[in-house]
Design a protein around this ligand. Structure first.
Ligand code: ADP
Ligand code: ADP
Ligand code: SF4
Ligand code: SF4
Length: 590
């Protein structure tokens, strides 16, 4: 076994642990050895892997969980691609890049996906876990591997990479001006009109980048990438902020790009979309922040199923102690439970936008999924239920308190995560119930000392969800809680919401576009249809089967369940299954 010791220096704080506690407790050091030495210049500890025995004492003693020690098979050493310095994150292996194919990447945040892409796009020269300083050595290291030719071409500047970044919310900070000008500048392929039409951007061309919604920014960023003339395209989370129709649409567009002979790599956490888009996939596993290993390429179906099982068969590696399963849960009986609120048919007319909602009821303890496009009146509906917005027709003579997590999270909070959350409810942060049901599953205590302004998109999302669920309210509304979260985090959030609603006897409405998450999370569904920005119709809350059928019929896509894992899989349009299911009107749950 080879040992790696990783220290997260963002968490390490020698002044607060009683001055290098790890060094003082290390048995090797106590015997006069030097497993841990102090880097006086940077005032931080360094673990010397050659002297460390792997006893794990420092790992348990460090009050900030800053140290990770792992033993990995010795033969992995040969596949070590990059290490961010002594005691830094280690990346093993890289994904393949194949002309004419979409190669999907599936794995937790913090396991090196972006690092791999930086290497493949030539932005980062991998040090081969030593002191490598040339691309020639990289080419040598990959001799006999499919990537050898790729790196040769990259070195000779024959390959030009284009990257659609993960956090589209940051684009307005870096780019100014009108959408039209931005896309014109990117247009090296002369496909401006075609791409604008495909991504339905006609109406925003004359808008300033600063005034776009998240979904619009996402489509502009994808369009800008498509318009370039490149050989290698990388799409980092192309689905965030898009509704399901738009997700399927961009999946098709990305496929078409590959079919035109390009190399395409995509990281995607919406499993239905990853499945729909990819020809092959790599699973990335490891320990977030410490190390990541790219699996062998796998067929898409098999790779996703192995990922859910937590076991890679070819590699004989179990990387998660439990399986993720989507076995059918029993549908809620509609008369069950105590009613939170019963509402009459409601209309809201803003002049330019009109919403009509069927009357219905919400139960205490249930989670209701809300599905439908962006801009269709979902927020308006909840505001009426809460008594914040007065309906044009229909009467609401109650007021419910609502805790709301918006789709786009803005931060101008100066302070740490702990300060932010303790202001909402310091008592709940101490409660063992909230620790076990919400805080620990979402990994919040590890973020306490971080400044809210320094959080990554995924960290900010988890903090915003926590903040929403810590508030006392009758009704919780969370808009797209899955954005920027990896699959395990999506499931952890789903479980936390379900459990808090059931145990606290509250009700949640969740707007969600990831079909897997909708399926996992919801007891019932409200389906919104209509024309975004013009008019919307909201159904009453329906059973999952009826709701999914109605919703998927309006999008025109059929889903089936994977027989092994029970996960929802989108049928390819026009396939035998797709046609059969459409004929029977069964868009889901066959
Ligand atoms: P992913 O894309 O899978 O979320 P990344 O490749 O962005 O993962 O990062 C993997 C890990 O590498 C991070 O958790 C971080 O600890 C480390 N890392 C990333 N960039 C740097 C850097 N420039 N210097 C040191 N460590 C880094
Ligand atoms: P969703 O939550 O489904 O994205 P919203 O309920 O936020 O949709 O908005 C639906 C439509 O109503 C949008 O076109 C929006 O511009 C419009 N709208 C929302 N609030 C107002 C308002 N106070 N005045 C006028 N139009 C509004
Ligand atoms: Fe202290 Fe932990 Fe840093 Fe060691 S790693 S110096 S124990 S904070
Ligand atoms: Fe020392 Fe044990 Fe930590 Fe290694 S794992 S540095 S031997 S305390």
């Amino acid at each position: 076994m080879a040992r790696i010791a990783v220290i997260d220096y963002d968490k390490c704080n020698p002044n607060k642990c009683g001055h290098f506690l790890c060094e003082r407790v290390c048995p090797v050091n106590r015997m006069g050895g030097e497993a841990i030495i102090i880097d006086e210049e940077n005032y931080r500890p360094i673990i010397q892997e050659a002297s460390c025995t792997g006893c794990g004492i420092c790992v348990h003693k460090c009050p900030f969980n800053a140290i990770t020690i792992v033993n990995l098979p010795e033969q992995l050493d040969e596949d070590c691609v990059h290490r961010y310095g002594i005691n830094g994150f280690v990346l093993y292996r890289l994904p393949v890049v194949k002309e004419g194919m979409v190669v999907g990447i599936l794995g937790p945040n913090g396991t090196g996906k972006t690092t791999a892409v930086k290497i493949l796009s030539g932005q980062l020269l991998p040090n081969l876990c030593g002191d490598n300083d040339s691309w020639d050595n990289v080419i040598k290291a990959f001799r006999g591997n499919e990537l050898q030719t790729y790196f040769e071409r990259l070195k000779n500047k024959e390959i030009r990479p284009v990257v659609k970044p993960q956090y589209v919310d940051l684009i307005p900070k870096a780019v100014r001006g009108k959408v039209r000008d931005l896309l014109r500048k990117a247009d090296e392929s002369g496909r401006f009109d075609e791409v604008v039409k495909e991504l339905e951007l006609e109406n925003v061309l004359d808008r300033d980048i600063r005034h776009l919604s998240g979904g619009e920014l996402q489509r502009v960023a994808i369009a800008a990438a498509l318009l370039r003339n490149a050989e290698f395209y990388f799409f980092d989370e192309p689905s965030s902020y898009l509704d399901i129709r738009q997700r399927l649409r961009i999946a098709k567009i990305i496929r078409k790009l590959a079919e035109s002979g390009k190399n395409v790599l995509a990281v995607e956490h919406d499993l239905a979309i990853l499945d729909y888009m990819s020809d092959i996939i790599h699973v990335v596993y490891g320990k977030p922040g410490a190390y990541g290993i790219f699996s062998q390429p796998k067929s898409t179906r098999n790779g996703i199923n192995e990922f859910l099982r937590g076991y890679l068969r070819d590699e004989n590696v179990r990387f998660r102690p439990y399986e993720i399963n989507f076995s059918k849960k029993s549908e809620r009986k509609s008369q069950e439970g105590e009613i939170l609120v019963e509402y009459p048919p409601l209309v809201k007319d803003y002049g330019s936008f009109r919403l009509e909602a069927e009357g219905g009821e919400l139960y205490i303890g249930e989670v209701v999924g809300i599905v439908g496009p962006n801009g269709i009146g979902k927020t308006t509906f909840v505001k009426m239920l809460a008594g914040v917005e007065k309906p044009t027709e229909g009467e609401i003579d109650w007021s419910l308190t609502v805790s709301y997590k918006p789709q786009y999270i803005k931060t101008d909070y100066e302070g740490t995560v702990y300060e932010l959350l303790s202001k909402i409810d310091a008592g709940k942060l101490m409660s063992s119930f909230y620790k076990s049901e919400l805080l620990n599953p979402l990994g919040i205590p590890e973020l306490y000392d971080k400044n809210v302004n320094d959080l990554s998109g995924g960290e900010l999302q988890r903090v915003a969800i926590t903040a929403c669920l810590l508030r006392d309210a009758d009704l919780y509304l969370l808009d797209e809680p899955s954005a920027h979260l990896d699959v395990e985090q999506r499931l952890a959030v789903s479980k936390a919401i379900r459990s808090l609603m059931a145990k606290n006897e509250k009700t949640a409405l969740i707007v969600e576009h990831d079909v897997m998450m909708v399926d996992y999370l919801s007891d019932r569904l409200i389906v919104f249809e209509g024309q975004p920005g013009r008019f919307g119709k909201a159904s009453k809350p329906m059973g999952m089967r009826e709701g999914m059928n109605r919703f998927l019929a309006s999008v025109g896509v059929t889903f089936r369940r994977d027989p092994d894992t029970g996960r929802p899989r989108a049928n390819k349009e026009g396939s035998v299954k797709d046609r059969e299911q459409k004929e029977r009107g069964e868009y889901y749950y066959t």
